[in-house]
Design a protein around this ligand. Sequence first.
Ligand code: DGP
Length: 114
Amino acid sequence: MAETIFGKIANAEVEADLVYEDDEVVAFRDLNPQAPVHVLVIPRKPIPTLNEAKSDDAELLGRLLLTAAKVAEQEGIAEQGYRTVINCNAGGGQTVYHLHVHLIGGRPLQWPPG
Ligand code: DGP
């Protein structure tokens, strides 16, 4: 797949406000935040959408969620609560085709989302 802006952030070719990184996962603040806390958690591996994730990626997908929970704790929103979202393809609102988990919190969140 063609490298996206998130691939470039993961490779440190493009700057972002990183809040966590390890060998497999990077988390950084969203450029267009929808809440006081809006962090994107991505795998370094460039999986375009959740549809392309394979059973071999199961541990990596778990790491994304565990990282979101860790960052929520770090950001002080774990107790009050937060939302994790994966948008898939255009109908799901996905605009960047490098799999990412949105971590959103720090304000009351409505359900269902739009
Ligand atoms: P989605 O619609 O689920 O594909 O979310 C993409 C998000 O990525 C959107 O909330 C805006 C954010 N975003 C797009 N480009 C950049 C960028 O260059 N840097 C950062 N930090 N966030 C970006």
